[in-house]
Structures are given as structure tokens and as C-alpha cells.
Write a protein that binds this ligand. Structure first.
Ligand code: ACO
Length: 236
């Protein structure tokens, strides 16, 4: 997703952290190109996740007008100089959830920290970009992957029960099987969860460790293939 020269000037840092309401204030309110870009990438994300409505139209989770009127936060990762590209987004928000754990106990989770949208451009997938973005989010939010809820996670994000190889376990090791690996299993060893009606996933580990230490065991961002080398910019 190529940035116009004006957007490239605005998004000089590789990591951009955008508080939704900042879109309603200067300087961003004077930059409709940014709203268009968010709408475009939100649409691409919906298509990539197969989120469709009537007439097969994509139903984006991320749209600029909704973001501007929310308390949600959008992480954006840009890359390169000419052209300067937007390579991924990740949206965080808080949700009130009722959630069953593996023992059948129901938990009322208020303002549960949640991953709402996550997308890396197709030409950059499986190169570590998603991990860079996700790790930057964890650092900024001061949290760890098991403490988050995931809204309607796609098979690329989480492992699902493998129908062709292993019906009853998560132990499929066939690399060609889509269900064998998901982003969260590969990078953070997260796989076990209890499916819920509301389509949010919270891993069993969440309920085992409600007051975890800050995530620290993973590689530093700077050692990854695509990194936010130019620091970060926060719009609030
Ligand atoms: N098929 C299966 N697993 C995949 C795929 C794929 N096409 N792409 C990524 N993964 C998983 C695998 O575990 C992969 O490891 P592997 O290549 O060794 O098998 C790992 O992610 C790669 O990690 P990164 O390179 O750091 O991740 P990437 O840059 O590809 O970003 C993301 C991951 C965001 C899931 C990306 O693949 C994507 O945008 N997919 C389409 C949109 C999507 O499904 N987003 C998740 C929505 S769920 C939500 O937002 C709560």
C-alpha cells in the first residue's frame, strides 16, 4: 500500500501509534488521505479474513469513521522510502465479555484488552512483519499475548483443530496443513482455548495466570527482518 508524498511526510517513523480520536483533531483532521488509507487497509484486512456481508461485500473491522469515534488504538507499520509503503496494521480495544473457562466457570471480563484487527500486506506476510508489529504493540501496551482476547481470529492467527490429520488434538505437525500452525502458536506457543458463542478467543493460560509478569523473553524488535528503525510516532 503505497503512501502519497504527503502521507509519507506525515508517517516518517516506521511505527505509528494512532489513538482513534486523534483523527478528529489537527493535524490529522486536515489529512483526509490518512482516513482513506485506513479505510483501504481495513477493507483489505476484511477481504483477507473473509469477513463478508450482503452481496459478498467486505465488512471491515477497521474503518476511519468508527476509529475516530472510539477509544481504540491503531498501530501502523510503514517501510521504505521510495516508494514508502504501509505494510501492516493492528487494532487494539477494550471489550466487556462473558467467557467460559475450561472448567465451565463463567467470567465477567470488563474492558478486556483485545486484539480487534491484524493484517499484513500479502507481499510481506511470513517475513516477520506481523511479529514486529505485534511485539511493538505488546511493548507499548505493557502486556503479554496470553493476557489478550482475540476477536474472531482467523486460521492464520490461531491453530484450530486439524480435521485431516488430528481430530482431537492440536499436535498436527504437517507443515503444509493450514491448521498445523498459527501465528500465536508459532511465536508464543498459544493454542489451547475454549470456543465461545461470542467468537472471542481467550487462551486457557489467561485463566491460569491472571497477574503475569511483563513479556520479556522474546527477541528485541531490532533483530527482526523488518523493524521500526526510525522510532515511533504517536498521534493522540
Ligand atoms: N497460512 C498459515 N499460517 C500463516 C500464514 C498463512 N498464509 N501466514 C502467516 N501465518 C502464521 C504462521 O504461523 C507463520 O509461520 P510460518 O511461516 O513459519 O508457517 C507465521 O504466521 C508468520 O509470522 P509473521 O511472518 O510474523 O506473520 P505475518 O507477517 O505473516 O503476519 C498475519 C501474520 C497478520 C496473521 C498475516 O498472515 C495476515 O495478515 N493474514 C491475513 C489477515 C489475518 O488473517 N489476520 C488475523 C485476523 S484475526 C484478528 O485480527 C483478531
Amino acid at each position: 500500500m503505497e503512501l502519497s508524498p504527503q502521507l509519507a511526510r506525515l508517517l516518517r517513523e516506521d511505527l505509528i501509534i494512532l489513538e482513534g480520536p486523534a483523527l478528529n483533531r489537527p493535524p490529522l483532521i486536515h489529512t483526509p488521505e490518512l482516513a482513506n488509507l485506513i479505510d483501504h487497509v481495513g477493507c483489505r484486512s476484511a477481504i483477507a479474513q473473509g469477513l463478508k456481508g450482503p452481496n459478498n461485500r467486505p465488512v471491515p473491522v477497521t474503518a476511519s469513521y468508527k476509529l475516530a469515534n472510539s477509544t481504540e488504538r491503531l498501530y501502523m507499520l510503514a517501510h521504505g522510502d521510495s516508494p514508502r509503503l504501509l505494510v501492516g496494521i493492528l487494532k487494539m480495544g477494550r471489550k466487556n465479555l462473558f467467557h467460559y473457562d475450561s472448567k465451565g466457570t463463567i467470567h465477567q471480563l470488563q474492558e478486556q484488552h483485545s486484539v480487534l484487527d491484524f493484517y499484513v500486506h500479502e507481499s510481506f506476510q511470513r517475513q516477520g512483519v506481523g511479529l514486529t508489529l505485534f511485539q511493538a504493540m505488546l511493548d507499548y501496551e505493557d502486556t503479554s499475548p496470553e493476557m489478550l482476547a482475540y476477536d474472531r481470529p482467523s486460521p492464520k492467527l490461531i491453530v484450530r483443530r486439524c480435521r485431516s490429520h488430528s481430530l482431537s488434538s492440536f499436535s498436527c505437525s504437517d507443515h503444509s496443513c493450514l491448521y498445523a500452525q498459527g501465528f500465536l502458536r508459532k511465536h508464543f506457543h498459544l493454542s489451547d482455548y475454549v470456543p465461545q458463542q461470542n467468537n472471542f478467543v481467550i487462551f486457557n493460560r489467561f485463566f491460569e495466570m491472571r497477574a503475569p509478569p511483563k513479556q520479556s523473553a522474546y527477541d528485541s524488535i531490532s533483530s527482526r527482518p523488518l523493524t521500526a528503525r526510525n522510532g515511533r510516532k504517536r498521534f493522540q
